[in-house]
Design a protein around this ligand. Structure first.
Ligand SMILES: NC(=O)c1ccc[n+]([C@@H]2O[C@H](COP(=O)([O-])OP(=O)(O)OC[C@H]3O[C@@H](n4cnc5c(N)ncnc54)[C@H](OP(=O)(O)O)[C@@H]3O)[C@@H](O)[C@H]2O)c1
Length: 324
């Protein structure tokens, strides 16, 4: 089968297409024929080997995993003898488990118990490939903050993968949602369910005198220090990035008062994929796709993701994939 591989850390052009051996499903595994996947910021970080400390997990001198990619949508091609949940021909979507990759390929084997489910009815493969990562990372942040009905939340960086998911989920949790993004994405973010949107090029939300229960920095561009005065007493700043936030998340909860939460490492579970499937099928969640590229254009797609300016998600289609 064809797959995108890399053998050393570096710029996007370390990625290349190669013929590799097609995996064979073990007893509890399904073999998925891929129709679509995505390029995420996690793929980019692992490929670049940055921050350096991450190489203790991904391989110190060279990457342990040759094939990147975590999100998937495709069709079950074969199943192991002990698999009950899926059958040949089923349409599935999901994500690999934490620190497992391998979806930038024509086929992947997944454990039946992995974060994998039947594709939501009425959703294309491209859309289904572009929902799990942002949702699961956003869910972790909102759960860490214990977001409840009626609470006031700011989603900063509301136009990214985690941000667009965060807005839709915060609305689902019936919070009062203020979303902050750039001018070009105001309408999109409003359409995702934000109660109000703030254009960060025009207004600094930390200077408008409002206070919030939760500030979710979904794009890793803000800071607890700058947000502190905009948090209510006992308010929570949720981080998605930055070593500094790791330290703050360790000691601010001990001090009482306002605190930082940084829920890592991510935990990708089947339960959350099934929860997402239900949200989609009941019209409470939709995919946000910026650009689509064929697998062969993975370097171009990755270079775009690394601008850190994508809106929602960037999809890779495989073998001129079927859309439904
Ligand atoms: N905790 C984890 O396990 C984990 C896993 C994966 C990723 N991450 C981190 O989570 C963060 C978000 O990831 P993502 O994939 O959601 O990001 P993303 O999709 O790449 O975010 C891009 C979006 O952010 C907006 N943006 C850029 N600069 C901004 C700023 N200064 N203020 C507000 N918005 C800004 C961009 O729009 P404009 O430029 O037009 O504003 C764009 O729409 C990243 O820092 C990533 O490294 C964490």
């Amino acid at each position: 089968m064809r797959a995108v591989v890399f053998d050393r850390y570096g710029a996007p052009d370390v990625l290349r297409l190669e013929d590799v051996e097609q995996p064979v499903p073990k007893e509890h595994e399904v073999l998925v024929k891929m129709h679509a996947t995505t390029v995420t910021r996690s793929d980019c970080a692992v490929r670049a080997g940055k921050p350096f400390i991450s190489r203790f997990f991904t391989g110190l001198r060279r990457p342990k995993q040759r094939i990147l990619g975590t999100e998937l949508a495709g069709e079950v091609e074969a199943v192991g003898a002990a698999v009950h949940e899926f059958g040949v021909g089923d349409h599935v979507f999901g994500t690999t488990s934490t620190f497992r990759f391998g979806t930038h390929a024509e086929f992947i084997c997944m454990q039946e118990s992995a974060p994998l489910a039947h594709k939501p009815a009425g959703m294309s493969f491209e859309e289904a490939a572009a929902v799990c990562d942002g949702v699961i990372l956003a869910l972790m942040g909102l759960r860490a903050a214990g977001l409840r009905k009626g609470q006031k939340i700011v989603i900063y960086g509301a136009s990214g993968s985690i941000g667009t998911a965060g807005v839709q989920l915060a609305r689902y949790f019936e919070a009062d949602v203020t979303a902050v993004c750039n001018t070009k994405n105001l309408e999109l973010v409003r359409s995702l369910g934000a109660d109000r949107v703030i254009d960060y090029t025009q207004e600094d939300f930390t200077k408008n005198g409002e206070t919030y229960d939760v500030i979710f920095d979904a794009v890793g561009k803000h800071s607890f220090r700058r947000c502190r005065d905009s948090l209510k007493q006992g308010g929570i700043y949720v981080a998605t990035d930055g070593l500094r936030n790791l330290i703050l998340a360790l000691w601010t909860p001990r001090l009482g008062g306002k605190k930082v939460m940084f829920p890592i490492p991510p935990r990708y579970t089947k339960k959350d994929v099934l929860f997402l499937k239900e949200l989609i099928e009941t019209g409470r969640y939709r995919a946000v796709i910026d650009r689509r590229y064929p697998l062969e254009a993975v370097v171009e797609a990755t270079t775009y993701v690394e601008t850190k300016q994508k809106t929602g998600n960037v999809v890779l289609t495989i073998n001129g994939s079927r859309t439904r």
